[in-house]
Design a protein around this ligand. Structure first.
Ligand code: F3S
Length: 754
């Protein structure tokens, strides 16, 4: 195990450390003394402190040391801006950035890419220069979708990776525990802090039998989604095992893991097997495959490993499925689909079929799709519905161009889009139907929530395998089952489509296509990070000020929020996404969705210095200008929802000191601490009711100590004596330094300098 094998062909000096993983795992093995699942093995072999770590599935918080970080372009902006403010010369953990989310599909790959490069120039320039500066691998627009590139170049069995995108688990197809996170977590790992994860439960999915005919790997996850539903995987890793695993291609396993995100799973995993070895060899990483073989016993579950829940699927009996509309867990087998269309009155005409995306754009997917298209062409017919093809990477695009699948798909009527997310993330200038017009589309993507693809809430979006997308596109109707129904050829004769066929890997090897990778240069000192001071999309972050060491007196309550206050209420998405890289601009959405208990309205609060009613961000800015710190009072489970770090950055940026609630969602509470804020809770939650929105408060910050309560002195607006309320907190020693230094990043920067 002491061999020196590089993690990837794109970087030098980062070796796969199976020896260290084995050593760490053995420490935990001795402590737990029981058979382990593969998911546990990967996590435990990456523990920061294997001797001292408390370990209980579903309960403990594991401190982990991931091998890699991957960011897509929309989330990378704020992650890198924060990292920059730590003042470190380079990332501590190998990191890559992938430009895939900002390319809009309109008229076809090349032109769409050129347009995106010009619209997003300043964002791309910033990412390219900051990646070069901080030693981050940069995959330019046109290179492909993050998860495809990770599978092709970076994933390896037994590894742990975090990525700032929900479908990061795609790399489970190569036996990697790859977990989607918010930007704040990525910044921690880039800056060498351990990464915290609640020890997940492990759901086992046992596969037996063998797929054939029209059934494909996508149908496994469509079926699992139907069984477990969109919430069923929450807080769990889905671990596939059993004899059925052996016959699934590596990219097929990637598809299954990818879409595990739709059932809320932390990640999904397959054990190391022959098909992974073949894929590693085919993508020029045979050495990694050989090394993995030498560690193979630990790259799968132990005999007798226990799962918190077990699902069994017999692949020989598995039917092709179509899931949707509007939710990915509404699973219908193809034999019942026509009935479901009729009963639910889903629009029967199929308007558009879309194949590709990070979920389903492998060589195998494209080959099988092309085989069906070729079958139609040989009968003199083409796609009846509109048809788009999104290659997952430049390598896939170039290889299917060389091997002919692309020509077949184009002859069939397909429009080949850029190697990017495109319609999957709503980057689609769709013109064939009007907004509000009910219509059906079918894709090989993973998500189909209302409006996701085309912003039309009346679009019924179905997800399925690329095979069924092509078949339904030929029929131009949802009222078609290729396993049983005939089509008319060009002369009006009936014929049935043959079941799809296609190689898992190209026999001539992959064609890498054009060079879309930018490696960080050797000498990075002279690189300037490109951010225009006039930019409204990007802004360099200044480090937050350290605590002044004093109690804070006479603070106004910016808002006493009532009821649900999610991270969407605190930092709304939608049109604000444009400003993700500009903290001052995006702060204009701070808390605009929260309901003020004073008037039951959103975004209308009383400015205690002027007596005026104004918007929340405007009022906070006014206090900040006047040098007045402020607090927010919140209700139960404040900050639930996505892990969006902007929800913590914004109140800090606009001069907030503390968020005082009945309770917090844990991730948001930690995010606030990281930004140097004080997340505090009422020791007695009923004290929430004692505070009036116009009261002033003193916060005795000097009392902050691990495990000790703090005092909030309340000066009632209606007059009368001040009274004290006891507040609790969950700061540990290390986190207290974050508050004192102004943020976790300031603390890292300080440690780095000394
Ligand atoms: Fe992109 Fe859609 Fe995948 S947005 S990363 S192709 S889920």
């Amino acid at each position: 195990l002491s061999k020196k094998v590089e993690m990837t062909n794109w970087e030098k000096g980062h070796y796969i450390n199976y020896a260290k993983m084995n050593e760490t795992l053995n420490i935990v093995r001795q402590r737990l003394n029981k058979p382990l699942t593969y998911a546990e093995k990967i996590l435990y072999s990456h523990l920061d402190d294997p001797h001292g770590q408390e370990i209980e599935r579903g309960k403990s918080y594991l401190k982990l040391r991931p091998d890699r970080v991957a960011c897509q372009d929309a989330t990378a902006q704020m992650a890198i801006l924060q990292f920059m403010s730590a003042g470190m010369p380079s990332v501590a953990t190998p990191t890559t950035v992938h430009c895939d989310h900002l390319i809009e599909a309109q008229i076809g790959g090349e032109k769409d890419l050129e347009r995106a490069k010009s619209i997003n120039k300043e964002v791309y320039d910033f990412l390219s220069s900051s990646c070069a500066k901080y030693n981050i691998g940069f995959w330019r627009p046109g290179s492909g979708i993050i998860h495809q590139i990770i599978l092709e170049n970076y994933a390896f069995p037994g590894a742990l990776m975090i990525g700032t995108d929900s479908h990061t688990p795609n790399a489970g197809g190569l036996g990697m525990a790859a977990i989607g996170v918010g930007g704040a977590d990525a910044v921690d790992v880039m800056a060498n802090l351990p990464w915290e994860l609640k020890a997940p439960k492990v759901i086992g999915v046992k596969l037996t039998g063998q797929m054939s005919g029209w059934t494909s790997p996508k149908d496994i996850i469509l079926k699992v989604a139907g069984i477990l539903t969109v919430k069923g995987g929450t807080g769990a890793i889905i671990e596939y095992h059993g004899p059925g695993v052996e016959n699934i291609s590596c990219t097929g396993m990637g598809t299954i893991c990818n879409m595990g995100a739709e059932i809320g799973a932390t990640t999904s995993l397959f054990p190391f097997n022959e098909n992974m070895y073949k894929y590693l060899s085919s993508t020029k990483r045979k050495e990694i495959g050989d090394f993995a073989r030498s560690y193979a016993a630990e790259l799968r579950e132990d005999e007798g490993a226990e799962y918190d829940e077990l699902v069994e699927i017999n692949l020989s009996e598995l039917e092709p499925h179509i899931n949707g509309p509007f939710t990915p867990d509404l699973a219908t087998p193809i034999s019942k689909f026509k009935d479901a269309v009729r009963e639910n009155k889903w629009p029967e005409e199929l308007k558009v079929g879309l194949i590709g995306s990070c979920t389903n754009s492998s060589y195998e997917d494209m080959s099988r799709a092309a085989s069906i298209a070729q079958d139609a062409l040989s009968h003199g017919i083409k796609a009846k519905a509109h048809f788009t093809v999104t290659p997952g990477s430049e390598q896939i695009r170039a290889t299917i161009e060389r091997d002919g699948q692309m020509k077949t798909l184009e002859d069939f009527g397909g429009m080949v889009l850029a190697n990017a997310c495109g319609p999957c993330i709503g980057q689609w200038d769709r013109r064939d139907v009007k907004k509000g017009e009910p219509n059906s589309i079918i894709s090989s993507y993973n998500r189909n929530f209302t409006g996701r693809n085309d912003a039309n809430p009346a679009t019924h979006a179905f997800v399925t395998s690329p095979d069924l997308v092509v078949a339904m596109t030929i029929a131009g109707s949802l009222n078609f089952n290729p396993l049983t129904d005939t089509l008319k050829d060009k002369d009006g004769n009936d014929f049935m489509l043959s079941a799809p066929t296609g190689d898992a890997l190209p026999s001539q090897g992959f064609d890498p296509g054009s060079d879309t990778y930018q490696a960080p240069p050797e000498d990075r000192t002279s690189i300037n990070v490109a951010v225009s001071p006039q930019s409204d999309r990007l802004q360099i972050l200044e480090p937050f000020q350290a605590w002044d060491g004093k109690d804070a007196n006479d603070l106004p309550i910016l808002i006493k929020a009532k009821g649900k206050t999610t991270t969407d209420h605190i930092s709304m998405a939608g049109p604000w996404l444009k400003y993700r890289g500009h903290l001052d601009n995006i702060s204009n959405n701070m808390l605009i969705g929260a309901i003020n208990s004073a008037n039951g309205e959103a975004n209308k609060v009383h400015n205690s210095t002027t007596g005026e009613w104004d918007a929340v961000p405007a009022t906070a800015r006014d206090y900040k200008r006047k040098g007045i710190k402020w607090v927010v009072v919140g209700d139960w489970n404040y900050g639930e929802g996505s892990s969006r770090e902007h929800a913590a950055l914004e109140p800090r940026h606009l001069g907030g000191l503390a968020i005082i609630t009945r309770s917090f969602a844990r991730i948001h509470e930690t995010n606030l601490k990281k930004q140097g804020m004080l997340p505090l809770t009422f020791s007695n939650p009923d004290d929430y009711d004692k505070l009036e929105p116009d009261d002033k408060v003193d916060l005795l910050c000097t009392q902050l100590a691990v495990g000790k309560p703090m005092t909030l002195r309340v000066h009632p607006a209606k007059g009368g004596d001040a009274f004290d309320v006891e507040l609790s907190h969950t700061f540990n020693e290390g986190q207290m330094e974050w508050f004192k230094n102004g943020s976790a990043l300031n603390t890292m920067a300080k440690a780095h300098k000394s």
